[in-house]
Design a protein around this ligand. Structure first.
Ligand code: ADP
Ligand code: ZN
Length: 519
């Protein structure tokens, strides 16, 4: 490591040492090599290009998609005495002209630019007239259709390599599963780039998933184990945020709502209280959390399914920043799967996008239904293989008992098939359990061969079976909003007995906890 790099780190940024892979990245980039950096949020990505920008001759060009963040980052650099500026459409032509002049006078060490602006011929020609030290492409997953934040203008960035082949490039992202990473490499022409993948593991966070039966009661019990601690409870809708916060207050918790539908002042006040006081529960939509840096968040609870594993990782990642134990708790049921499928189906997105969203939901369901170590699964999603089970998730701590549910699954699928693939779980369970009611009789379903073949399971157990089958893709919910289930391509294998199905004993975890309490 060049002594100048450490000198810059101390003198300009005021830090004692590089963290994790930072030193290796700085060195590689400074020598003119390309890099792809995967680091979780808060991992310290900015320094990876800011230090080389100061080491190398010329101006570093930083591509960033978020105009608001650009301003913040540049302000922070100016405070440290670094000559930095940005160019984007929020500025007046006059101001933009001034920035361009400073660039031409070679006064700038870092210039932040929005991608569409960078790729304009005018900007490219400007850059050809000055020494460019490096290109940093922040939020690189935006180039990927597979990523959750696709921005078409990122696609043009491969042009940088063609026009400026001698300038090193560094692409950075906090969220990239394997397909996204492959697409970043391909789209940006980073085949020869060295990849730096920091661990995404957050060992102090304990992951736990519970099956929803009475969500409000379950949340209350969970919060009882975190009395007087700060935490976040995420809900999907604003209405549910308001209701849940009110219910918690009624139960004696210090809880507050936060969502984008609230008045700006009330929102800001609640956020301030959460940051300043101890033991406040923030009930919020995912609008809450961006840029919130509270070290002692002891739990993050999800009352609804998050949109993707990336989302889940980011949201739960707000817990335990101080390194002390924190808990990530997810309460999920069949209704959530149906709701999420419908939201995807009814969204304005195109077919390709919907396909991606469904795949993301499936990955998340795989996590929720998992019987093995959840941390292994979560990390594998981000391309990180972890050999041993973690010992700090519910499945590691209380290994679920599983049972061979093949026959039961066949009964469930037959009931779907025999009733014409147009009914929801409630009706299907009534058929299986042989519960005659008006609706059933009006469809003549009490005469079907499947009527009453599932009396050995109760309604809740059947509901668990259907949830598992939907989560595993053997059944799919319709998109019209009634929750009707139909067979899929993979159902046949189960019906023919080619595939065996294992499910967790629903109550296993709870029973065992109760046993331990009693002991
Ligand atoms: P990211 O962009 O990966 O989310 P940032 O670059 O914003 O992360 O850095 C996250 C925080 O960590 C910032 O407050 C930053 O000042 C701090 N940080 C980064 N690198 C170091 C370091 N080597 N030593 C101490 N603090 C660091
Ligand atoms: Zn584990």
């Amino acid at each position: 490591m060049k002594p100048q790099a450490l000198d810059i780190l101390h003198r300009v940024f005021g830090y004692a040492s590089f963290r994790g892979e930072q030193a290796a990245i700085v060195e590689h980039l400074d020598r003119g090599g390309d890099c792809l950096v995967l680091m979780p949020t808060g991992g310290g990505k900015s320094l990876c290009y800011q230090v080389p920008a100061l080491l190398r001759e010329g101006t570093a060009i930083v591509v960033s998609p978020l105009i608001a963040l650009m301003q913040d980052q540049v302000d922070a650099l100016i405070q440290l005495g670094v000559a930095a500026a940005f160019l984007n459409s929020s500025q007046s032509p006059q101001v933009q002209r001034e920035v361009e002049q400073r660039l031409l006078r070679r006064e700038l060490k870092l210039l932040y630019v929005a991608p569409e602006r960078l790729l304009g011929e005018r900007t490219l020609e400007l850059l050809e007239r000055v020494p460019v030290s490096l290109f940093a492409i922040d939020e690189a997953h935006c180039v990927s259709q597979w990523g959750h934040d696709f921005r078409p203008e990122y696609r043009g960035l491969n042009l940088l390599h063609q026009r400026f082949p001698q300038v090193p490039r560094i692409a950075l992202t906090a969220t990239a599963d394997a397909p996204t990473r492959a697409e970043i490499v391909e789209r940006l022409g980073l085949e020869d780039a060295r990849q730096f993948v920091a661990s995404f593991d957050r060992p102090n966070i304990r992951y736990r998933v519970v099956q929803k039966n009475n969500a409000r009661r379950q949340l209350k019990e969970f919060l009882e184990s975190h009395r007087d601690e700060s935490g976040i409870v995420y809900c999907l809708s604003r209405k549910k945020v308001d209701e849940t916060a009110a219910a918690l207050v009624e139960d004696g918790f210090t809880a507050m709502p936060y969502h984008a539908g609230m008045e700006q002042a009330a929102r800001a006040a609640n956020q301030q209280r959460f940051l300043r006081e101890d033991g406040v529960v923030m009930v919020a939509t995912i609008a809450f959390g961006m840029g919130i840096d509270k070290p002692d968040v002891r739990f993050v609870a999800h009352m609804d399914l998050p949109k993707s594993m990336e989302g889940y990782y980011q949201e739960t990642g707000r817990g335990g920043r101080d390194g002390l134990p924190a808990e990530a708790w997810l309460c999920y049921g069949l209704g959530d799967v149906v709701t999420m499928s419908q939201m995807i189906a009814q969204s304005e997105s195109g077919q390709e996008r919907k396909r991606v969203e469904r795949a993301k939901l499936e990955a998340l369901l795989g996590y929720a239904e998992a019987t093995g170590c959840r941390r292994q699964l979560l990390l594998r999603y981000f391309g990180e293989e972890r050999g041993d089970a973690c010992g700090n998730c519910d499945n590691c701590l209380e290994p679920p008992r599983t049972w061979d549910a093949t026959e039961v699954a066949q009964k469930a699928l037959s009931a779907v098939y025999r009733t014409g693939q147009r009914f929801g779980v409630g009706h299907l369970v009534a058929v299986l359990r042989g519960e005659e009611n008006d609706k059933l009789r009006s469809w003549n379903h009490h005469t079907l061969s499947v009527f009453g073949i599932g009396k050995d399971l109760d309604a809740r157990q059947w509901s668990g079976v259907f949830r598992h089958l939907v989560a595993a893709g053997y059944l799919a919910a319709d998109h019209e909003g009634y929750g009707a289930l139909h067979l899929t391509e993979t159902s046949r294998g189960v019906l023919k007995g080619e595939v065996r199905i294992f499910m967790r004993h629903e109550a296993a975890g709870e029973e065992r906890r109760a046993e331990r309490k009693a002991a």
